[in-house]
Ligand binder design. Structure first.
Ligand SMILES: [Zn+2]
Length: 97
């Protein structure tokens, strides 16, 4: 059986589905017998769900948005069409087609 220290190093990859079948099996075997690592897995699943459903997102204040957009325009004077959007989602670069 793997140790907690070994297992905890793989929990993020396990929750993200990035482990091969042997790695997943090792984690699953461990968490069946370890409440601490199982709790960590449950917390990581809850965090992943919160990120996916957008509950951790927030709308940036208008002043912050203006300041960031102004800084980007100042840093990219040759590309005035480049806009930076922050708000109800991850930040994206938008370029006109
Ligand atoms: Zn453990």
């Amino acid at each position: 059986m793997t140790t907690c220290k070994e297992t905890k190093g793989f929990l993020n990859a396990y929750v993200d589905g990035e482990l091969d079948s042997a790695g997943s099996l090792a984690v699953e075997t461990h968490i069946r017998a370890c409440a601490s690592c199982l709790s960590d897995v449950e917390n990581l699943h809850a965090l992943a769900s919160a990120i996916e459903n957008g509950s951790l997102r927030f709308k940036a204040p208008a002043r912050l948005t203006r300041n960031v957009q102004g800084a980007i325009r100042a840093a990219n004077p040759l590309r005035p069409g480049v806009q930076f959007s922050i708000g109800a989602g991850p930040a994206f670069w938008h370029q006109p087609f």
